[in-house]
Design a protein around this ligand. Structure first.
Ligand SMILES: C[S@@+](CC[C@H](N)C(=O)[O-])C[C@H]1O[C@@H](n2cnc3c(N)ncnc32)[C@H](O)[C@@H]1O
Length: 246
């Protein structure tokens, strides 16, 4: 009963809860003609402000006077609706936000948020499957200032987590940061009970999904020249992990 109930909550978390009626217009840019549908994920709405407070501690943004292409690049992997970039970007006007997704059905929403960003520092979305090398999508090694990934590691096959860390090791600049957010397992233990049930429901959906152990992520990071430098407890039993390229 518990698992069925949690599966319902999980579906609710992942599905857009509403679409703005006012956003149905066409984008004609390099991406072609994409209908802009503003999606709102309830989980992203809940966690965006606590995550912003963490980003404010780690993003150095004193770059107001420099040319656009020299502004620090914040590469978001698995951007979903595009809400997070929209929430963060106005607080860091000197940073270029690049949302990416493997699911191009979400591009209409990401373009909506980019076009409506008052500070105009969100780039059009790019297709990125993070289990593949970022060079396939035009990124150069040692070129990314920040990588950000929210709520993907446990809801995708482990190959995506491996790809995320391999790409961070290769494509972040030296000393640059990767920020990951989500629920994690710690030293083989998942807490509290709601996260145990969530993990079970994920594995029921796909045996290769599930909460990852921070100890395994640290090993994966070390093989990719990254270190865990901070762990921040977040609401609803989530954590933000801060990884630094050595
Ligand atoms: C739970 S959603 C999180 C979306 C967004 N980050 C947020 O917090 O609202 C997980 C996202 O991971 C994306 N994803 C899954 N596999 C991926 C992959 N191989 N590469 C990039 N994104 C992927 C899915 O398309 C989905 O949008």
């Amino acid at each position: 009963m518990k698992i069925g109930f949690l599966r319902q909550i999980y579906k609710k978390l992942l599905k857009p809860t509403s679409m703005a009626q006012d956003a149905a217009c066409c984008f004609t840019g390099d991406e072609g003609s994409i209908k802009q549908n503003k999606l709102i994920y309830s989980a992203a709405t809940r966690n965006q402000d606590p995550i912003l407070q963490v980003l404010k501690r780690f993003i150095i943004c004193d770059a107001d006077n420099i040319e656009d292409e020299d502004k620090p690049l914040f590469l978001e992997i698995a951007a979903g609706s595009g809400q997070h970039a929209a929430h963060f970007a106005p607080h860091f006007p000197g940073v270029r936000f690049q949302p990416t997704e493997v699911d191009d059905n979400l591009f209409g929403s990401m373009i909506y948020y980019a076009n409506n960003c008052p500070t105009k520092n969100i780039l059009p979305p790019k297709l990125v499957d993070i289990s593949k090398k970022l060079s396939l999508y035009g990124f150069e090694e040692n070129s990314v200032d920040y990588m950000y990934n929210c709520n993907m590691i446990h809801i995708s096959p482990y190959a995506c987590t491996v790809g995320l860390f391999e790409n961070a090791g290769q494509f972040l600049k030296p000393d640059a940061l990767m920020i990951t957010y989500g629920p994690y397992c710690k030293d083989g233990v998942i807490t509290p009970e709601s996260n145990i049930q969530f993990d079970l429901s994920l594995k029921e959906r796909n045996a290769d999904y599930g909460l990852r152990d921070i100890a395994d992520l640290i090993k994966l990071a070390e093989t990719n020249n990254l270190s865990l430098i901070d762990t921040i407890e977040m609401p609803s039993n989530n954590k933000t992990l801060i990884w630094k390229k050595n």
